[in-house]
Design a protein around this ligand. Structure first.
Ligand SMILES: Cc1cc2nc3c(=O)[nH]c(=O)nc-3n(C[C@H](O)[C@H](O)[C@H](O)COP(=O)(O)OP(=O)(O)OC[C@H]3O[C@@H](n4cnc5c(N)ncnc54)[C@H](O)[C@@H]3O)c2cc1C
Length: 258
């Protein structure tokens, strides 16, 4: 089975985030890492390959330096990586991003496309739905357990009230939750071998995507203004001298919050 896994390079969780006032975009020039929940998707793909054979290909949209992060997933056991890196794609919103990724996935013709739950920078948890719609393929999201017999995929989907078990014919798109597995650490052999695995960098032209359909030109969202969060309202600092509980109670009662 051929499995494509969509992964994204994001600013490292420990790095301070800054919005560039010129472009009104997140400054992505600092420390970067592979989006944490995408590692669950990579792990699941590798487990399926180990059990049933096949190929795991990483698909990503990002700057050229994203290859550094993709190598971590190659070191875990993915077979090759495809990165769409094109200046004209910078500033792509959900609509443009889904268009470009769908074009890259069409080219791969994978049986199963896996996504992580959400990216830690955009945090939309929605890209997989947009891509599945463009590919006209069934989607199962929030999947905490996954099985496939080669012609259908079955996902145990987490809901507020328990689990739904959903089956869909392949080819299909699945977004996994972080409960699905514990991603492995790459072995030393895996790290050493990652650099020599095939890593392809594609332009928009390679995918037949018009530059006018990507980046800001192809986006349907415009950031009009950015500002600091509003100042907090009235607050009370209570030093605990043994009467803090009573003071908190009095404060809440006074404001009819209790
Ligand atoms: C006006 C505007 C400008 C923007 N400019 C940029 C920009 O210049 N650079 C930038 O990186 N983002 C930019 N973004 C954010 C970008 O549009 C989103 O990151 C993207 O649409 C995915 O949405 P999300 O981050 O909410 O992903 P989610 O829906 O939370 O992601 C779900 C899953 O989709 C997959 N995924 C997400 N992004 C990618 C990707 N790029 N490649 C492969 N798989 C992916 C991962 O598996 C992830 O776990 C911009 C957004 C707006 C509104």
């Amino acid at each position: 089975m051929k499995i494509a896994v969509c992964v994204k390079q994001v600013p490292d969780a420990t790095a301070a985030k800054r919005i560039d006032p010129e472009t009104k975009r997140l400054d992505r020039s600092g420390e970067a890492a592979l989006n944490a929940t995408d590692l669950n998707a990579v792990e699941e793909a590798i487990r399926l390959k180990e059990a049933q054979g096949g190929e795991v290909v990483l698909v990503s949209l990002g700057p050229e330096r994203a290859l550094e992060s993709l190598r971590k997933a190659l070191a875990m056991g993915a077979d090759r990586a495809v990165l769409v890196a094109d200046e004209a794609a910078a500033g792509s919103d959900l609509v443009a991003t889904s268009r470009i990724l769908a074009a890259a996935l069409e080219r791969e013709q994978a049986d199963l496309v896996l996504f992580g739950q959400a990216s830690s920078d955009g945090d939309g948890a929605v890209l997989w739905a947009a891509v599945a719609d463009r590919l006209r393929r069934p989607l199962i999201s929030q999947v905490a357990a996954l099985t496939t017999d080669g012609s259908t995929v079955t996902g145990k989907r987490q809901t507020e009230h328990g689990y739904d078990t959903i089956s869909a014919p392949l080819p299909a798109v699945v977004a996994v939750s972080d409960a699905i597995n514990e991603p492995r650490y790459p072995s030393l052999k895996g790290i050493m071998g990652a650099k020599s695995k095939p890593q392809e960098t594609l332009s928009l032209a390679d995918l037949g995507v018009d530059a006018a359909e990507a980046g800001e030109a192809g986006s349907r969202t415009t950031v009009l203004a950015l500002g600091p969060p509003p100042a907090r309202g009235e607050s009370l600092k209570i030093e605990d001298d043994g009467s803090a509980a009573q003071k908190i109670l009095d404060y809440l009662v006074e404001r009819r919050l209790l």
